[in-house]
Design a protein around this ligand. Sequence first.
Ligand SMILES: CC(C)(COP(=O)(O)OP(=O)(O)OC[C@H]1O[C@@H](n2cnc3c(N)ncnc32)[C@H](O)[C@@H]1OP(=O)(O)O)[C@@H](O)C(=O)NCCC(=O)NCCS
Length: 142
Amino acid sequence: MVAHALADPGHVTWVARDDDGRIVGVVQLRPAQEATGRHRADVNKVLVHTQVRERGLGQRLMASLERAAAERGRWLLILETQTGSPAEHWYERRGRSRIGVLADHAAAPTARSHPPHSFTKALPHEADPAAIPSAHTDPTSS
Ligand SMILES: CC(C)(COP(=O)(O)OP(=O)(O)OC[C@H]1O[C@@H](n2cnc3c(N)ncnc32)[C@H](O)[C@@H]1OP(=O)(O)O)[C@@H](O)C(=O)NCCC(=O)NCCS
């Protein structure tokens, strides 16, 4: 499935490699194509190899993705993970907001799969007053 997405020009993919050049982490950004979705993007394939987890690699991949999304004006990020997976808490600890369970959204690959949980993260952007220092300026002060 990653190979299929790699071939899709609509995706932007980051990979992390170990000292031997092997890919040990991946994350993908898929900007929405709809005219009403020019501010948003899906985050797909957030994966770090089991042997190199908990070393900050996932965090660094996501940071690269978020920088690139912001540069493209894609300030609303949407991502899904399986309900009950450790990634749920990983996302929440990194500022993502839970928007709910999408029952029957994904075709379950196994009988034990759980429905996906959706999250969003809003990056600082121009419509966000906190991102524009002058928006807080008191017009009456000199
Ligand atoms: C979720 C996932 C991508 C996280 O990748 P990771 O590289 O382990 O992530 P990080 O190392 O950045 O963060 C993991 C934890 O390690 C900690 N950590 C980071 N650097 C560390 C270091 N140098 N030493 C010790 N711990 C460290 C982080 O604080 C973090 O802890 P926290 O979640 O309690 O805050 C990875 O577990 C994974 O691939 N899971 C399976 C696929 C999956 O569920 N994907 C997401 C949904 S599709």
